[in-house]
Design a protein around this ligand. Structure first.
Ligand code: ZN
Length: 381
């Protein structure tokens, strides 16, 4: 049921609530869905935040985007879903939010989206060289939608994370542009970009870019672009004389550290997204320009995890975003069982030139803990 709050001649604004889960008291858990629909045709955009419940900065970003949209000349449609996981954001242990996994079964809240590889190859076979991109898009979207709806109706039921993911995915699937807003543990800002959309990375005001291949691992960005990328590749092989570009782009945007809301920084983050949407012709007059800044990129294979060899108390010397040369100290591990000897403090050195992007949020670590994720073999784009 749409609850219309305000609208102009050209743009209709609405807010509705979508039931995504039910708690043990039998109460529905809703998420708000804010939507702007312009009478002028244009791209469809979908943005959600906080599928990982501790990663809250995206909600501040959506606040600023929503404010900016109220006075902008829009084209197409935009759907904003803040705090899209009402289960994850309410699971606390002491001072911390247990937002990344369902504690009942360990399921990552961002790994249960739907991907139907068989459907893609089946559909691709039926396309002819002269079929229009618009018709293909409409029919393919319908097939993908039906496939998710069928999964949701599974008579054996679905896990909580999958059910939540699929309900959100049904909205994301209707969009040409999908942004999933996250945070790292202690992290600098970075963005996951499908390799084919590398050009778009220059429009976000985000200094670190991870270029990812056409591989589905369960996340929303992959669930959005993999079906289109695969379809496009398959058609390109069969009909090399035509250009099979469906104009679908999806990104995971990591807006700094989890458990942090910075409302002023959210404006800067929002401006970057608005610059990207301006480049995508979402506004009649561009709203924002991208910042002139240095952007470093890596291919996913060069985004390396560093594990702690030792257990102990870790001082994180290398800060997220800081360039570190091979051999420089990244961390120091304090061993409380060796305080009287040489082994009291052990340095962890950089195995090559790198940029740490994020580190583990706690000082006390067991041996084998992922302490850093780092850019190696990085290059400017
Ligand atoms: Zn996340």
């Amino acid at each position: 049921m749409l609850n219309k709050i305000m609208s102009s001649n050209k743009v209709k604004f609405s807010k509705e609530y979508l039931v995504v889960a039910q708690n043990a008291s039998g109460r529905n858990l809703n998420v708000p869905v804010y939507r702007f629909v312009s009478s002028i045709p244009g791209p469809k955009v979908y943005i959600q935040s906080s599928i990982h419940g501790a990663e809250v900065q995206g909600n501040a970003v959506l606040l600023h985007i929503l404010k900016a949209l109220q006075s902008a000349d829009l084209r197409g449609e935009i759907t904003l879903v803040p705090n899209c996981n009402p289960v994850g954001s309410n699971l606390k242990s002491g001072e911390y939010t247990l937002g990344r996994f369902d504690p009942v079964n360990g399921q990552n809240w961002n790994r249960a989206y739907h991907y139907n590889e068989g459907l893609i190859s089946e559909f691709a076979k039926k396309i002819n060289a002269n079929d229009s991109i618009d018709v293909i898009k409409r029919e393919y979207r319908q097939k993908l939608t039906t496939s998710i709806e069928k999964r949701l109706e599974n008579e054996w039921g679905l896990g909580l994370a999958e059910c939540l993911n699929l309900k959100l995915q049904l909205m994301a699937l209707q969009a040409d542009i999908v942004l999933d807003l996250h945070n790292g543990p202690v992290s600098t800002r970075h963005i996951y970009v499908p390799e084919y959309a590398k050009k778009s990375a220059k429009y976000f005001n985000i200094p670190h870019v991870i270029l990812i291949p056409n591989k589905f691992s369960g996340a929303l960005d992959e669930a959005t672009f993999c079906p289109w990328w695969s379809l496009s590749d398959s058609l390109q092989k069969r009909f090399p004389d035509s250009k099979w570009d469906f104009g679908i782009e999806a990104f995971t945007v990591e807006m700094g550290s989890q458990e942090v809301i910075d409302i002023d920084a959210g404006k800067v983050d929002a401006d970057g997204i608005l610059a990207y949407l301006s480049y995508k012709n979402y506004f009649e007059v561009p709203l924002e320009q991208p910042k002139n800044m240095t952007r470093q990129a890596v291919y996913l294979k060069d985004y390396k995890i560093m594990y702690s060899r030792l257990g102990g108390m870790v001082e994180y010397v290398a800060k997220p975003g800081q360039r570190i040369n091979k051999g420089e100290v990244m961390a120091r591990v304090l061993n409380i069982d060796e305080l009287e000897g040489e082994g009291a403090v052990t340095s962890v050195n950089a195995p090559c030139d790198l940029i740490p992007i994020l580190h583990f949020p706690s000082a006390s670590v067991l041996g084998g803990t992922q302490i850093y994720k780092c850019f190696t073999n990085y290059f400017e784009i």
